[in-house]
Design a protein around this ligand. Structure first.
Ligand code: NAP
Ligand code: G4F
Length: 327
């Protein structure tokens, strides 16, 4: 039986990846950190109807002893390290915490694997944020990195540790350099979900204005459901490697807003304002990924268009706001 162990199982990608792996017949185990709000901890797994099918283990990415204990218990065949302090803006407020979880947490996971189960395949959730001040118009596996936030610097350390443990100890450790991917399960603090939630509230008469930050920033946005498939494909390869996962299309926050408001027959100009509280000390102006290697080696392409993604997110938020549902 194939047995997967996920850190970050309660997050957006953890929920979609769990569902994907269960559909492939895997036994799925996940790491959860202790929370005072344990009733909502597995809200995303519940949303997808799989909470009772995922085995949860108490632990923390910053606690190596907990990782060693859980790996000894679970004996996974595949490990997906999705846990992180993943919100870029917060990484300036909590740079040391971000380094401890997002950078050293990955090193803890790699050490636990090296000690307990060195033949287990490992996936590291790397990020297009590592390209930061992008050195090429389209970013590929060959593009030099230029991190622009404590988050990106932490992810870069984790990325190179994944490469290093592959080269030093022969671990089957792969790194997915994923561009932004969204869904109805995206955290409300990220701009896409903030916009679709705002659109729903404005459409239903609960809000009139939506305050955002830099409307000119451009991102290559895809659907999380497509991207978790790429994670799995990486671990099915004979050799570990690094892959850029992206759609190859970039649009601005302004254009994302325009499409989302138009979906409910509203104009963004009537509702969106700029509030400098949402600006960042250093911005990543534009990201655009080149997924050619993933297409060639993994036979992976993004299947969901941006318009389909936005439609699905707006519909989910309309439903959520109408029913006053959590998440
Ligand atoms: P997310 O929704 O923010 O989920 C992050 C997960 O990490 C949550 O399950 C969280 O648990 C867990 N976590 C945080 N600190 C932890 C700790 N100390 N110990 C154990 N677990 C901890 O993130 P996501 O969007 O699913 O992204 C998954 C991964 O991919 C992250 O590493 C992110 O940085 C990376 N990534 C994301 C994107 C994207 O566009 N989504 C793109 C590139 C890379 P709680 O539920 O307890 O908070
Ligand atoms: O949605 P965001 O917060 O995502 P960001 O910073 O691109 O990071 C996400 O994608 C990365 C992959 O490239 C992941 F590694 C990371 O974990 C995370 O999932 O912001 C997107 C853009 C930024 O340029 C930001 O300045 O939107 C701009 N923006 C404009 N107004 C805003 C807002 N972002 C947020 N969160 N809130 C605003 O009001």
């Amino acid at each position: 039986m194939k047995r997967a162990f996920l850190t970050g199982v309660t997050g957006q990608d953890g929920a979609y990846l769990s569902r994907f792996l269960l559909s492939k017949g895997y036994e799925v185990h996940g790491l959860v950190r202790r929370s005072a709000s344990s009733d909502v901890m597995d809200a995303r797994l519940k949303w997808l109807g799989i909470a009772d099918k995922v085995v949860l283990h108490d632990g923390n990415l910053t606690d190596l002893s907990s990782l060693i204990r859980v790996l000894q218990e679970v004996k996974p065949t595949e490990i997906y390290n999705l846990a992180a302090q993943s919100f870029v803006k917060s990484s300036w407020h909590q740079p040391l915490l971000t380094g401890t979880v997002t950078a050293l947490g990955a090193a803890n996971m790699l050490e636990a694997i090296r000690i307990v189960c060195p033949s287990t395949r490992f996936y590291q959730a790397s990020s297009s944020e590592m390209f930061g001040l992008a050195q090429e118009k389209m970013q590929s596996e060959q593009t030099p990195f230029y991190p622009r936030s404590p988050y990106a610097a932490a992810k870069l350390y984790a990325h190179w540790m994944t490469v290093n443990y592959r080269e030093s100890f022969g671990l089957h450790s792969s790194s997915g350099i994923l561009f932004n991917h969204e869904s109805p399960l995206r955290g409300i603090e990220f701009v896409t979900r903030k916009i679709t939630d705002g659109v729903a509230r404005i459409k239903l008469g609960l809000l009139t204005k939506l305050a955002l930050g830099n409307l000119d920033a451009k991102r290559d946005w895809g659907h999380a459901q497509d991207y978790v498939r790429a994670m799995w494909l990486m671990l099915q390869q004979d050799k570990p490697d690094d892959y850029v996962i992206a759609t190859g299309r970039t649009v601005s926050v302004r254009e994302f807003c325009r499409i989302a408001f138009a979906y409910v027959q509203l104009k963004m100009e009537d509702h969106v304002s700029v509030d400098e509280r949402f600006l960042r000390p250093a911005e990543v102006d534009v990201l655009l990924g080149n997924p050619a290697k993933a297409k060639e080696k993994l036979n992976w392409v993004a299947e969901t268009t941006l318009e389909e993604l936005i439609g699905e997110m707006v519909e989910a938020d309309l439903e959520r706001v109408r029913r006053n549902k959590h998440l």
